[in-house]
Design a protein around this ligand. Structure first.
Ligand code: S3P
Length: 442
């Protein structure tokens, strides 16, 4: 348990945030399937991405960490064995808390020459896997939910796959990436349509490693990722930018605490991930993007100053539709920010929140209500009447890292003491979160 109290001085200074979680996972997975050796810097050494490393090690890939002798930068070296180089693991593949590892890896395993079992922790065993079982089955795959409930554990019997055109009912990068990875092994093109574009890190990285993949507009405003199989992947150096989802907590803290000014270096600003920046700009936040550049993925330094947030002229701010996939993981911290805004915020089209590391509609509303926020859960989001003062409360994280970090930021502006029951869950994506927050708060 950790106790936090209201911050009586501004946050000041500069910081880096750990590497992007989504890109870190992909960097290890895709270079394992590439030919030759790859060096990855900026890799997030959080529990989720370490699960990806350990699964690929079990699949016969040599992966090691070292410090670059010249500058002491930690480097992950992956000795890729090409698309057909994985070997049958001993025992079950364990993915911990990581949905990305579970779903993307299942796509790869569906096409191997061996069978294996995969599962994760108690949270993973509650999360829907039928969303990947269905398209993989259409590709000729044999993926079974062992308890027949559409969830993990999964038993996967590798098969020869065929390409499909799949209309995903949800905009999910994990579903899209799972199908595309299986598609690398298929006998014809694979096309994944989604209602609106989810994070496109898979498309960007696969293309840069040599895959023939592109994105195009589909019918009815859908977006399609089109993969033509047959091209080998080639290893390369990858530098992972800082995670905008982790930066979001310091962006929020700087906006909320009067007098704050924080510079966050080297943050990934891929437009499919940067919805939090556009939402906050619309609400009047003072966030400057400086030193913008692109190296596989776009990135920038973010200079954030204390700001008061507002809605549109009618006193309402809406977060919905195509915006949702671009800020899905930031909705808990956005809810904290909106609790202080001089408007009513309506978040909708976000039913996906119910199947994240916790049911984030329920867990965000429960915890912010305890802190005095006027917040109501809905079927696909929440309604927040901003402007009431926050007070300290006993926060229950349900093991959800993003909930823990969001509530820690809320505690900085809440009267009295806030306790967080299980602060260690931040290790999933940001092991040094509390140290970094403390450093900027001094
Ligand atoms: C992720 C995709 C998103 C996101 C998750 C990471 C990824 O999940 O919420 O934290 O790395 O592809 P969905 O694909 O389920 O929306």
């Amino acid at each position: 348990m950790i106790s936090l109290s209201k911050l009586n001085q501004p946050l000041k200074g500069e910081t880096f945030v750990p590497g992007d979680k989504s890109i870190s996972h992909r960097s290890v997975m895709f270079t394992a399937l590439a030919e030759g050796t790859s060096e990855i810097t900026g890799f997030l050494e959080g529990a989720d991405c370490l699960s990806t490393i350990s699964c690929f090690q079990k699949l016969g890939i040599q992966i090691e960490k070292s410090m670059r002798p010249t500058n002491g930068v930690p480097t992950i070296t992956v000795h890729g064995k090409g698309l057909h180089g994985l070997s049958k693991p001993e025992g079950i593949l364990y993915t911990g808390n990581s949905g990305t590892t579970t779903r993307l890896l299942t796509g790869v395993l569906a096409a191997q020459k061996f069978s294996c079992d995969i599962t994760g922790d108690a949270s993973i065993e509650t999360r829907p896997m039928d969303r990947i079982i269905k398209p993989l089955t259409l590709m000729g795959g044999d993926v079974k939910s062992v308890n027949n409930n559409g969830k993990c554990p999964l038993f996967i019997e590798g098969k020869n796959l065929r390409g499909i055109s799949y209309h995903s009912p949800v905009s999910s990068a994990q579903v899209k990436s799972c199908i595309l990875l299986a598609g690398l092994y298929a006998n014809s093109d694979t096309v994944v349509y989604e209602p609106s574009l989810s994070r496109d890190h898979t498309e960007i990285m696969l293309r840069s490693l040599g895959a023939d993949i592109h994105t195009e507009g589909g019918r009815m405003g859908e977006v399609a990722a089109v993969l033509h199989p047959g091209m080998p992947l080639h290893g390369k150096k990858i530098n992972v930018p800082g995670d905008i989802s982790s930066a979001a907590y310091f962006i929020a803290a700087a906006i909320l605490v009067p007098g704050s000014e924080v510079l966050i270096h080297n943050v990934g600003i891929n437009p499919t991930r940067a919805g939090i920046l556009s939402a906050l700009h619309q609400m009047g936040a003072d966030i400057e993007l400086i030193n913008q550049n692109t190296e596989m993925e776009p990135k920038a330094d973010l200079l954030v100053r204390h700001s008061t947030l507002h809605g549109n002229n009618n006193g309402i701010f809406e977060i919905r539709g195509r915006m949702i996939p671009t800020l899905i993981d930031e909705l808990p911290i956005l809810a904290v920010l909106c609790a202080t805004a001089s408007c009513t915020t309506i978040i909708s089209d976000a039913a996906e929140l119910k199947v994240k590391e916790s049911n984030r509609i329920a867990t965000v509303c429960e915890n912010l209500s305890k802190m005095g926020v006027d917040i109501t859960p809905t079927d696909d989001g929440m309604i927040i009447h901003g402007g009431k003062p926050l007070h300290g409360a006993e926060i229950k994280t349900y093991g959800d890292h993003r909930l823990a970090m969001s509530m820690a930021v809320a505690a900085l502006i809440a009267d009295g003491e806030t306790t967080i029951d299980d602060e260690k869950c931040v290790n999933i994506s940001y092991p040094s979160f509390f140290q970094d927050l403390k450093r900027l708060s001094k």
